[in-house]
Design a protein around this ligand. Sequence first.
Ligand SMILES: [Zn+2]
Length: 181
Amino acid sequence: MVDFNTRSSDEINDNSDNPLSSIFSQDNDSRFMLEAIKEALAAAEEDEVPIGAVIVYKGKVIARAHNQRETLNDPTAHAEMIALTQAAEHLQSWRLTGCTMYVTLEPCPMCAGALVNARVDRLVYGPADAKAGACESLFNIVQDPRLNHRLEVVRDFMSEPCRALLQDFFANKRKQKKASN
Ligand SMILES: [Zn+2]
């Protein structure tokens, strides 16, 4: 079982001398992760695998997206990729310096690579993805010293609701499949 409270506050505390700032930043992280979870819910309503992402710049959400692979028939239409494009459009720059991404599942190799290419400062995500994760599970692309940019990463943040959404979605899929057989 993941104890995200202790773990994430320790990680956020790393760069901080002020004991209050970790409380504030964790509070903000929870608020923004909740926005990402709302996006994941929107994906489930569209019968898409429920993964959501938001990008925050200077304390404001500048991009919000959910997985739309089926809707768009696009293998690159992951929540993170769509959010990165929106944020770049918003800032009128491909360089997303100063941005934090919140996403409800550990990003895959494509999205992790895009986060590095976009120079995003910080990544906060929910559960690890043992099958496709590229930020700890299979690779750690976002913190590879051979690449020219590395992100600060908060892992296993609010994992329980993120994981529950995915589990419910796939349980329903299996039920539907059984019923149609
Ligand atoms: Zn991805």
